[in-house]
Ligand binder design. Sequence first.
Ligand code: SF4
Length: 359
Amino acid sequence: MKNPESYFGIQLLKWNKLFNQREMPWKGEKDPYKIWLSEIILQQTRVDQGLDYYNRFVAKFPSIEQLAAAEEITVFKLWEGLGYYTRCKNLIATAKYIAIELQGAFPTTYDSILALKGIGPYTAAAIASFAFNLPYAVVDGNVYRVLSRFFGIDTPIDTTIGKQLYNTLANDLLYKKMPGVYNQALMDFGATICKPQLPACHTCPMRKKCDAYKNNLVSTLPIKEKSITKKIRWLNYLVFEHNECVYVRKRGAKDIWENLYEFKLIESVGALPIEKLKQLKEIKAITGNQTFEINHISAIYKQQLTHQTIYGQFIRVKLTQVPNLTGFKKTSRIDLLQLPFPKFISNYLKDKNVSLNLF
Ligand code: SF4
């Protein structure tokens, strides 16, 4: 068991008091709803990207009851562009659960917070310590990195044994008189001083006792066992146009873009030349015997996800008759802009050249 008032903890809190200038709108926030909202937005999202979303959500839904009462499509539209849409689905489910089943009272214990949909140990510890001052250490990428470097731990952070080890160490080090302040300080320290690339070791108040610094291991730690291999996918989106309308559908369950809208999708192993596109049996099945025209093929779009790299193009197909597209709805331009789309598609729709020329 580490002494909670260890060199590490003392230096961290001292740094926090004297030098930490990291400002975020949710810092010092005590409302569990707002802390929860910020934490869900920040899962898998950089702070600078999440900031606007947080402000927009709080402005539109100042309370959990207002979020719970909102139409699902409105919440998804507000979430559009943040990615990892399961978070949004869980956000809606949890808001409804708290507003209806718990009469708006946010759970106040670590276990009851952890039991909520979309909340893992990290988020539960953050809410429990920030909102209720409960002694639970947050353990995220920042914490793994700082502890691994300072204590010179080379156990891979992505193994069961590594996770247990870091979790125990983080909880032993936690300054239990002020768990919220300590947790926030550690995350800020990892984000601004002990950064993944080019950490500020020369100004770091812990360098005298930092194992990685003394042994020239800063760029080696922390260690990961598996490096992620990224799958490559190629998406061809067919924008069928007829009578000033296009055809979209809502994506079905169980994938990363669940509940979002899309055009007709055909996946291929790479870019398809126009002649090949025209011959595709999927297009023939949709167009039947009518004459149609491929009047625009977009530039290539790219999106990097954690486990896959997505490339794709949007192909506008002008029809003379109604297409045979089961499950798709005919949508005007105005309505199209109200629907939530994956970032990959909204980037295309926001493209000046596209929106000016579409229809
Ligand atoms: S000396 Fe460098 S590696 Fe060690 S804790 Fe400080 S910033 Fe991190």
